[in-house]
Design a protein around this ligand. Structure first.
Ligand code: SPQ
Length: 433
């Protein structure tokens, strides 16, 4: 348990580079493993989730070296994995589990897999169903959870699949299986979800057809190794963006943040709330990125609907905190997917922020946040993130503007996506970055 710091009267200051993007780091490892030749990944994220993907690929015989944020993968194509000698450990990572269920759907051996308590409560039927229709075979618990097995399988056929929810993980799993399937595999999404898999597949020489929300691939085992530079993770940057906005007297710059339009919903929604966030040094080589500058300012409540959700899905906890400090109400709807993340992020955000004096009503598909509530606690309050990295970081940012003592029980959960978050936050407090 740690006691979190309240903000200094001088605010947060400096220029910070947050770690590499988690979604892109997972995919760089996976594409590096199935390409031919040596892939180099720069600014790779060395967080627990990504290291679980790395551990699984190594257990399947892939040679990967890592020094700091540089990783090198010796790729040998889709057909040269070796049977693991132990169950595959997915840790806390939904992305590792779901994407690898697609990537490994056609191997000549069984693979056992397991995850931590949170991952063992997250639904896998959303990937198992379409992948089984392609010919893949899985053994999961009766409720379609981990622990489970990807069974040996010789044959996959293409399908046309209409995703019931806009999920990048399900789309990616099907496309990765589609690279090994007969005929054409097509995924049609109800709304755009993050397109890192499509972009990276193209970079590695994949032939994919994209027509609006419809993406198709055919079997292909000649992907070529690449140099991949991972931008800073906008999902991690979001905590500092909101911290600077709600903490008086602050000004922060964040370097080379990924601003892929399928991920930058946090910037668009904060702008709709009246925030000014300046983008400079835009780069479009590989994934789009830019330097962001943001200072303390006032926000106004807005209405957020289903169309907004996929591009901001992981940032909704920290956006909810921002909304508690805005003038007026913010309504978040169409966000029921939040209930099947590392925690039920609707229930946990409402409960946690209300414990700090916020006024939020839980809705089945989101929440109604009554803004303009000063956060305060007369007694020292002990909060748990329930093992959810994004909730833990939201609590640390909330503590900056809470009048009273806030303690956090499971700060170690931040290691899933941002191991040095508290150090970086403390440095911005001291203006040392
Ligand atoms: O990997 P995991 O545990 O699912 O991570 C989360 C997160 O908060 O970091 C979700 F809990 O991000 C997902 C995201 O919500 C990462 C992801 C991806 O890399 O493809 C896609 C999103 O999930 P989904 O279900 O919408 O596809």
């Amino acid at each position: 348990m740690i006691t979190l710091q309240a903000a200094n009267p001088a605010g947060l200051h400096g220029t910070l580079t947050v770690p590499g993007d988690k979604s892109i780091s997972h995919r760089a490892l996976m594409f590096g493993a199935i390409a031919h030749g040596q892939t180099r990944v720069h600014n790779f994220l060395t967080s627990a989730d990504v290291l679980h993907t790395m551990g699984v690929l190594r257990a399947l015989g892939v040679e990967i070296t890592q020094e700091g944020t540089e990783a090198t993968i010796e790729g040998r194509g889709l057909k040269h994995f070796t049977a693991p000698t132990r169950p595959l450990d997915m840790g806390n990572s939904g992305t590792s589990t779901r994407l690898l269920m697609g990537l490994l759907a056609k191997q000549p051996f069984d693979m056992e897999m397991f995850g931590d308590a949170s991952l063992s409560r997250r639904p896998l039927d959303r990937v198992a169903k379409p992948l089984t229709a392609m010919g893949a075979k899985y053994q999961l618990t009766d409720d379609n959870y981990l622990p489970g097995k990807i069974l040996a399988n010789q044959h996959l056929n293409g399908i046309e699949y209409h995703l019931p929810v806009a999920s990048a993980q399900v789309k990616s799993a099907i496309l990765l299986a589609g690279l090994q399937a007969g005929g054409t595999t097509t995924v049609i999404s109800p709304l755009a979800s993050r397109d890192h898999t499509e972009r990276m597949l193209e970079q590695f020489g994949g032939h994919l057809q994209v027509d609006g929300l419809k993406v198709s691939v055919q079997a292909q085992d000649d992907l070529q190794a690449q140099d991949v530079t991972v931008p800073a993770d906008i999902s991690s940057a979001a905590f500092f963006i909101v911290a600077a906005i709600i903490t008086p007297n602050s000004k922060l710059s964040l370097r080379h943040v990924g601003v892929n339009p399928t991920r930058d919903g946090i910037l668009r929604l904060l702008k709709r709330m009246g925030a000014e966030i300046t983008l400079s040094n835009k780069s479009t080589v590989g994934e789009p990125a830019a330097d962001l500058t943001v200072a303390s300012q006032k926000l106004a409540g807005i209405t957020i609907t289903a169309e907004d959700i996929p591009a901001v899905v992981d940032e909704l906890p920290i956006l909810a905190l921002a909304a508690t400090q805005a003038q007026g109400d913010t309504l978040i709807s169409g966000a029921e997917e939040l209930r099947v993340k590392e925690t039920d992020r609707i229930a946990v955000v409402v409960e946690t922020l209300n414990q700090l004096g916020a006024d939020i009503e839980e809705r089945p598909d989101g929440m109604l946040i009554h803004g303009g509530t000063p956060l305060k606690t007369s007694q020292p309050v002990e909060l748990s993130a329930h093992g959810d990295h994004r909730i833990a970081m939201m609590i640390a940012v909330a503590a900056l503007v809470t009048d009273g003592t806030v303690r956090l029980q499971d700060e170690e959960s931040m290691a899933v996506s941002y191991p040095n978050f508290l150090t970086d936050l403390a440095q911005t407090q001291a203006g040392e970055v």
